[in-house]
Design a binder for this molecule. Structure first.
Ligand code: SAH
Ligand code: SF4
Ligand code: F3S
Length: 468
């Protein structure tokens, strides 16, 4: 039994990161014929962790099911970024508890992901949810098989709040055979004052570039068309290592593998270099699409958030990107209602949104996270005001999303076709190089290919087109 500890999670020492090359083999008969149900919430990193969890479950002989009722093992891979994540966990637990009590007393229930790293959550699972069998965190996904095999009828909680290591030789059951996530860096050292991630994911640790390149080369060999390089601050890649490539150099190396499309998330404006911008503009397989979180347009709030840039510095970077990569699409994240955000502060956010005319944006109401500095700030702004601000901001964001999409009307653009459209089985869907979702008619046989599409209609969140 190992419980998460907030003070441990907060620590950052100079201790070296261990690069651990896993060599794990499991007997596929252990759970043969049994089924697992896996639900993942949260960011791309968690989604990719979900692909690791699936591979680990299948290494024991489990096969996937999409209903809890059919499952022998259910795993909930949680996200802790905002309070509503908690509601999702407890809703899910209610369903699992019911299933275990009424229909399947042998059901194994597992909780993992970022919420499993939270002290309060785990204490609650111990006290109020004894029917949960296993809890493991973001640092020890590789122990999942052992946790399942060595169950002894007691609740087993194994959550480490260590700063974190880097594991290699990890297998994934990838959701797609066209595009793939590739971790380049784990954890985060930025400690933005509102954010839980540095506590749930440990310190920033970069993978060795030769391992990243090896993985991408292998994906190319297996016919993958697109990789998305993952990290909380991809542009700080390699900074904590001696003799490692910078992010711009890594991008160039990944570009040389010949993979058709390269994307990356998330860029922190603070570490964004001219080299990066030039590399993106020079390499045709690095997609002209940058997610550049703003968070707030007020330098006063940005300072309180610990974001390390001012509104002016953000705008300077924005302009540099626009001028060097003219067709680049730029998206963002914005938080409204940070403690004591004034009308003036909020208006500055609106002004930046008006100026940047983002292709799209994720917008959130600030949600206090236990243990973070911002959660201790006293806040005089009521929820109604925050909701009104979110609504107002979304109006501006949606206006420009539609405007940006309308620029595509009647144009012919390359689209990587990924699969059958959910809304219309006669259409397929895919993304432009600039990350616009397009529903395409006339291209049923083009899944996995990059084709030219003429855009026939533009909405706020997607485009329609026909293959030509
Ligand atoms: N590493 C990325 C962000 C990861 S979290 C970056 O630095 O940009 C994704 C988004 O969730 C953040 O960009 C932020 O807008 C939002 N977010 C994070 N913590 C939040 C909180 N406490 N309340 C509301 N939104 C939050
Ligand atoms: Fe959170 Fe800031 Fe790190 Fe992004 S950079 S994960 S917002 S602490
Ligand atoms: Fe959520 Fe953890 Fe990602 S808190 S956003 S799943 S890093």
């Amino acid at each position: 039994m190992k419980l998460p500890n907030l003070n441990e999670a907060r620590k950052r020492s100079n201790s070296e990161v261990d690069y651990i090359y896993l060599n794990q083999n499991y007997n596929e008969n252990t759970f043969k014929g049994q089924k697992y149900f896996l639900r993942t919430y949260g960011c791309q990193m968690n989604v990719h962790d979900g692909e690791e969890i699936a591979a680990r479950l299948e290494s024991l002989g489990l096969i996937v099911t999409d209903t809890i009722e059919e499952a022998d093992v259910v795993i909930l891979n949680t996200c802790a970024i905002r309070e509503n994540a908690h509601d999702k966990l407890y809703g899910f637990l209610g369903r699992c508890k019911h299933e275990k009590e009424k229909n399947n007393p042998n059901l194994i229930i597992g909780i993992c992901g970022c919420m499993a790293q939270e002290e309060g959550v785990v204490n609650d699972l111990i006290k109020k949810h004894p029917y949960v069998d296993i809890v493991f965190g973001t640092h020890n996904i590789h122990e999942l098989q052992d946790l399942l095999i060595k169950r002894n009828g007691k609740q087993n909680i194994e959550v480490y709040s260590c700063e974190g290591n880097v594991y290699e030789n990890v297998s994934y059951k990838r959701d797609s055979n066209i595009k793939a996530w590739v971790n380049i860096q784990y954890g985060c050292d930025k400690f933005c004052t509102y954010c839980i991630v540095p506590y749930t994911r440990g310190k920033q640790r970069s993978r060795k570039s030769k391992e990243i390149i090896k993985e991408v080369e292998c994906l190319v060999k297996n016919g993958y068309k697109e990789v998305t390089l993952l990290g909380q601050n991809v542009n700080a890649y390699g900074k904590e290592l001696d003799n490692e490539l910078s992010f711009a150099e890594l991008l160039k190396k990944v570009s040389e593998t010949g993979i058709e499309r390269i994307r990356f998330v998330t860029s922190h404006p603070w570490d964004f270099t001219d080299d990066m911008i030039n590399t993106i503009s020079e390499c045709s397989n690095i997609m002209p699409y940058i997610h550049l979180p703003l968070q707030s347009g007020s330098s006063r709030i940005l300072k309180l958030m610990g974001r390390r840039y001012t509104k002016e510095e953000y705008l300077e970077l924005y302009n540099k990107i626009r001028n060097t990569i003219p067709n680049c699409s730029i998206t963002t994240d914005i938080i409204v209602g940070f403690p004591n955000e004034s009308d003036e502060d909020f208006n500055e956010t609106l002004e930046v949104a008006e100026y940047c005319k983002y292709d799209s944006a994720f917008t959130f109401i600030y949600s206090p996270r236990e243990g973070t500095p911002a959660a201790k700030m006293d806040d005089k702004i009521d929820m109604e005001t925050k909701e009104k601000r979110l609504h107002r901001l979304n109006e501006v964001i949606n206006k420009y999303s539609l405007e940006a999409n309308k620029k595509y009307l009647n144009k012919i653009v390359p689209v990587l076709i990924e699969g059958i459209s959910e809304k219309d089985p006669n259409k397929v869907f895919g993304y432009t190089d600039t990350m616009k979702l397009v529903n395409v008619s006339n291209a049923q046989d083009k899944i996995g290919k990059i084709i030219n599409v003429e855009i026939t209609d533009a909405k706020s969140f997607s485009l329609d087109g026909k293959a030509i």
